[in-house]
Design a protein around this ligand. Structure first.
Ligand code: GLN
Ligand code: ZN
Length: 769
């Protein structure tokens, strides 16, 4: 039976590529050394898949930085600002590529990097292609051909993976107004045909063309473009076996279109959308092979063979074995590499997991098991069954009390005691803050020293007491400094936190952490998400110690600082045996207990950060409301255990609110602080048009840059905000946490910000007279 992997992680088992890239950028190694590291990774990946017995092994899934940027370079979609680097500076193609990814500041040049954005609903970021009217393309890099040849040279036949013409265009951004990227189809098509020609000349038999947009809402024009692209390929290369790969969702209303494409194989994601199988089996033409994506490329859980085989058996029964391929649901890029290296996970938890290398084996196991009648006699099947059974019944995972509590949540639990209009005057009375109150988003600079203390503490070079004392000093300094410069609502500074999700995960039950479970986020940046394996609950207070300590040092209000349930969920690997919404509710209850405990410790203002609410939005619009309903409800559950006088803040680091503003309002936070300094108008428009009732702190300066903003700029922004939002609803704050900044610029910026607020107060006093 045929088996396929849609893509394999390329960072290397020990993040070799990350390290080599960074050394190359720092000019510490030569290009040859970097190339050697890259080649070793590719060879290992191919060899591993071949040894396992995968029949359709991907090539061109390697990338030094990002596969979309690779493709832009292949097609010669190089924005004009980089041209001088090639013509005058004589940069190699690789260096040009890195310049596009990272910007170029050398030899008098100061060229900005290309934009980066999230790859569909994953945490991977790709480099956004830039498109211009009348843009010309030309075959510029032969990477895809070279990698195919490279594999062939070591005796491995691969299927090159490329991004479809339509999906590539739709992933890009039109850099001019009134211009439809699909108008570029005609100039791009010849380059595609040329690439495919070169590949077939080398003997390529199968090619994987990724068409992820087939699981999204498409316009008629986009649908036509997709059909016509495959028709042209088919007529130009009648012998080429094309695999159309869809992933991250179901085909739904695009099913008929996809099934009618003149290709050899259609790949569907049965992890994200199992229900689509029935319809597809009913409609699939006799000649089309189906690739069943049953092994989850997005997660870390061991495949449930019994469950996958139900789908596979059904498909084989209807189509015959020759017409079915067993596959990963999407590229394995999104899962960590190898479970074997994990020595700290408990054996019980470890037997529930599978990383990329194990997932390759799962694909092969499933294909073998598919041919067997008496599976019970087969070892891998038995072992898998035992692991699944253990997981279903483990007392590590299942806690009756947690499940009961979730069941017992009432509508009241998800609602503050009184509406905002009643809470607001009570809070104003209790908190006694001036107009234009100033605050920050939570973190202060995590200096090298602070990070070193934590490292030393973890290595045992500092005792818990020593570490705590150092953090106390740092916190005390931050409190004193905030008092000195006249901020109104203080924060403790988050010096004790490594990361806003990890810090909570480490203290909550139901979470565990890997040692080496790295996943590429963008370029050389990798993340190691926490693993939520079981029912989540809080067995002890999480943040009360530090908030109470900070509050004990000052008469001013110190704001408690928590990460919200949706963000904790979104940035973790989440268990797949219960709905995500249920895990989210469990986390919400844990945070709720923390909020109540903070209130009991006399913390009167509590912020619950939700920077990830928006990125959790489903790919299809039709699914938005149901996601937003449970996400907003989770936030409300976390926030609603307190009395009316306690002021709940939330924070989000983005500014596109137009399409979800009513849900943001439904969160009913007393104060929301948002990213705003980059695109003020749009944002405030949304809030004004909606008549957003609660208080807002539109960030008055961009913390992502070391640049210190002038008072004039900030004044201008707040005055503009005043045109949209009533004065008594406005707060003054930066647009995100200050963790990544240095103290030097932080001090200057915040002093200026406080001055601005003072000036505004004076002005409004004068006006009142
Ligand atoms: N409270 C967090 C901080 O200040 C918020 C971070 C975020 O929004 N990403 O660091
Ligand atoms: Zn933020």
């Amino acid at each position: 039976m045929q088996t396929q992997v849609l893509g394999y992680p390329r960072i290397g088992g020990q993040r070799e590529l990350k390290k080599a890239n960074e050394q190359y950028w720092a000019e510490k190694i030569e290009r040859e050394e970097l190339e050697q590291v890259a080649q070793a990774i590719r060879h290992q990946n191919w060899q591993l898949q071949k040894t396992a017995g995968i029949t359709l092994i991907p090539s061109n899934d390697f990338s030094f930085y990002d596969q979309v940027l690779d493709w832009s370079l292949t097609l010669g979609a190089i924005p004009k600002r980089y041209q001088p680097l090639r013509t005058n500076e004589g940069l190699s193609l690789l260096d040009l590529y890195f310049a596009m990814a990272r910007g170029y500041q050398k030899g008098g040049f100061d060229i900005t990097a290309m934009e980066m954005t999230k790859w569909f609903d994953t945490n991977y970021h790709y480099i956004v292609p830039e498109f211009y009217k009348g843009q010309q393309f030309e075959l510029t890099s032969l990477k895809v051909v070279e990698e195919y040849k490279e594999a062939k040279k070591i005796g491995i036949e691969t299927k090159p993976v490329i991004l479809s013409l339509v999906s590539y265009l739709l992933l890009g951004k039109a850099k001019e107004q009134d211009f439809n990227v699909l108008s570029l189809v005609d100039s791009l098509l010849p380059v595609y045909l040329e690439i495919i020609k070169r590949l077939t000349d080398e003997g390529v038999q199968y090619i994987q063309i990724d068409e992820p947009f087939l699981v999204l809402d498409l316009t008629e024009e986009q649908k036509k473009a997709i059909t016509s692209f495959y028709n042209i390929i088919q007529s130009s290369f009648p012998d080429l076996k094309v695999i159309v790969a869809t992933y991250f969702g179901g085909l739904e209303d695009n099913a008929s279109l996809a099934l009618a494409l003149p290709v050899e194989v259609l790949h569907i994601d049965l992890v994200r959308n199992e229900e689509q199988l029935e319809e597809i089996l009913n409609k699939v033409p006799a000649s089309l092979k189906l690739s069943l994506g049953v092994v989850d490329g997005r997660n870390i859980w061991k495949n449930d063979y019994e469950q996958s085989l139900t789908l596979i058996d059904k498909a084989i029964e209807r189509r015959g074995k020759e017409k079915i391929i067993i596959a990963t649901s999407c590229s394995l890029l999104h899962s960590p590499i190898d479970l074997e290296g994990e020595v700290k996970l408990t054996t019980e938890i470890k037997q529930w997991l599978a990383f990329a290398k194990q997932k390759v084996q799962e694909v092969v196991d499933l294909a073998k098991l598919a041919s067997v009648v008496d599976r019970e006699g087969i070892l891998v099947y038995q072992e898998n069954k035992i692991a699944q059974h253990d997981k279903r019944t483990s007392t590590l995972i299942h806690h009756e009390a947690v499940k009961r509590r979730v069941q017992g949540i009432t509508e009241q639990d998800a609602q503050r005691k009184a509406p905002f209009s009643t809470r607001q005057p009570l809070q104003h009375k209790a908190l006694d803050l001036p107009l234009f109150p100033t605050t920050t988003i939570g973190s202060f600079p995590q200096t090298k020293e602070v990070r070193q203390w934590r490292a030393k503490f973890k290595k045992g070079e500092l005792t818990a007491q020593q570490y705590e004392d150092l953090l106390k000093q740092e916190t005390a300094r931050a409190i004193q400094w905030q008092e000195e410069i006249g901020l109104d609502v203080l924060v403790h500074g988050e010096f004790e936190r490594n990361d806003m999700v990890e810090y909570f995960g480490e203290q909550l039950e139901g979470f565990t952490f890997t040692q080496n479970g790295w996943v590429q986020s963008y370029g050389s940046r990798c993340v190691k998400p926490p693993v939520i394996y079981g029912d989540v609950y809080r067995s002890k207070p999480l943040t009360v110690f530090w908030s109470a300590y900070a509050q004990s040092l000052t008469k001013q209000k110190v704001k408690g600082m928590l990460t919200g349930p949706v963000t904790i969920l979104q940035w973790s690997f989440v268990r797949n045996d219960i709905p995500r919404s249920e895990t989210c509710t469990q986390i919400a209850l844990a945070i709720r207990d923390e909020v109540v405990d903070l209130e009991s410790a006399n913390i009167e203002i509590i912020q619950i950060d939700e920077p990830a609410i928006r990125e959790g939005l489903p790919l299809r619009k039709a699914a938005w409301d149901s996601y937003l309903d449970w996400a907003v409800r989770a936030f409300r559950i976390s926030a609603s255990g307190v009395k009316n006088e306690t002021q709940i803040h939330t924070h989000m680091c983005y500014s596109e609110f137009n399409d979800i503003i009513q849900h943001i309002a439904a969160m009913d936070a007393d104060v929301i602080t948002i990213e705003c300094s980059r695109s003020q108008m749009d944002l405030l428009d949304a809030f004004a048009a909606f008549k957003y009732p609660n208080e807002i702190g539109p960030g008055v300066y961009d913390i992502h840059s070391p640049r210190v903003p002038t008072e004039e700029e900030m004044l201008y922004l707040i005055k503009k905000a005043e045109n949209y939002i009533p004065t008594k609803q406005l707060w003054v704050n930066p647009d995100c946490g200050l963790k990544t900044r240095h103290w030097e610029e932080t001090e200057k910026a915040l002093i200026a910000m406080v001055n601005v607020s003072k000036k505004l107060r004076e002005e409004s006093l004068v006006e009142a007279i």
